[in-house]
Design a binder for this molecule. Structure first.
Ligand SMILES: [Zn+2]
Length: 73
């Protein structure tokens, strides 16, 4: 896991697991730790549902992740 001060400009930690690093807002990359897709609409609104690149809202994904469950189903 990278240290916070190793982040380059614009990079941020995955809002679901806090471990993966994304290049920037709405990059649509997949988190290598939890599989969440970096969907800017969900970053803006954690309750944003469909259409989204993710199965669950950001809030739901966080809950599932915290329970140790997959956020991909
Ligand atoms: Zn993640």
């Amino acid at each position: 896991m990278a240290e916070k001060n190793n982040l380059k400009q614009g990079e941020f930690f995955c809002p679901v697991c806090g471990k993966g690093i994304f290049d920037g807002y709405n990059s649509l990359e997949e988190c290598e730790c939890c599989g969440w897709r970096n969907d800017g609409r969900q970053t803006d609104d954690p309750n944003f549902a469909r259409p989204s690149s993710n199965v669950h809202t950001l809030n739901e994904s966080r809950e599932l992740y915290n329970k140790g469950m997959s956020i991909l189903k």
